[in-house]
Each structure stands twice: as structure tokens, then as C-alpha cells.
Design a binder for this molecule. Structure first.
Ligand SMILES: [Zn+2]
Length: 134
């Protein structure tokens, strides 16, 4: 699934795929604090402000706590809810294990950076994820 083209030029799944959720074999749900590990279904909340290139993963929740929709959209930023599973990735050389995000279910909700000011904002929409070429 690809995020609607007028908001992003790169599917957000590709941006957040493999992002480190926890340095270790367990992560914690941002709501209930439950320990979640490899293979657990999770949801992440990610955002990108219009003038930034990076997508920030702000919250990780277990699937029981995962909201179905973005309830309080932030003006000027694009926000996503993405569901997937945790995968354990090991670095054999350093013996470091970390949990990474696999967005196998995909985006379930997106909030575009609209409704703040008319006219001026329109030209900026669509560059939320992709860096502009210098
Ligand atoms: Zn939870």
C-alpha cells in the first residue's frame, strides 16, 4: 500500500522499515507498558514536520492499545499510524540485538499537514517525506 501520492513521494513504510524500536530483545508498549518482543504485532505513530526531511517514530504501542485513527492531528505536520511486527536483528560482531520494525500491515491512518493557512501551505504539501533536491 502506498500513501496517497499528494502527501508523500516515498511510501512511509519504506522510510520506517527497519527502524530500531529498542536496543535489546524487548520493547515496551507506550500505553500499557507491556513488554513486547520479536514477532509481536505493534503499531507505531510517526510524524514529519513539513520543513523537515526526517520521519520521527514517536510512539510504539502493542496491538491491544493501538488506536485506529489519529485523533488529534497536528497542523503543519504529516502523521502516520503504521502497523507491523517486531523483528529481532542481531549484529554478530558486536553481539548486539535490537528490535526493528517490519511494516507488514502498512499504513492505517494518515493525517496530512492541511487546514492551517490557505494558499501558502498548498505549495508545501507533498514534500513531507522526501528531501527537496538542492
Ligand atoms: Zn499496550
Amino acid at each position: 500500500m502506498i500513501v496517497e501520492a499528494q502527501y508523500t513521494t516515498v511510501p512511509v513504510e519504506r522510510v520506517v522499515a527497519g527502524v530500531a524500536i529498542s536496543d535489546g530483545e524487548h520493547a515496551r508498549c507506550g500505553y500499557c507498558g507491556r513488554s513486547i518482543g520479536e514477532g509481536s504485532p505493534i503499531e507505531i505513530y510517526a510524524y514529519s514536520m513539513s520543513d523537515e526531511c526526517d520521519v520521527t517514530v514517536a510512539r510504539t504501542t502493542c496491538i491491544d492499545c493501538a488506536p485506529d485513527a489519529i485523533s488529534h492531528p497536528t497542523l503543519g505536520g504529516t502523521e502516520w499510524l503504521v502497523r507491523g511486527t517486531l523483528a529481532l536483528r542481531s549484529d554478530l560482531a558486536s553481539q548486539v540485538h535490537r528490535l526493528v520494525f517490519v511494516p507488514d500491515e502498512g499504513v492505517i491512518d494518515v493525517s496530512p499537514p492541511t487546514e492551517s493557512s490557505e494558499g501558502e501551505m498548498e505549495q508545501q504539501q507533498g514534500t513531507a517525506v522526501c528531501c527537496r533536491q538542492p
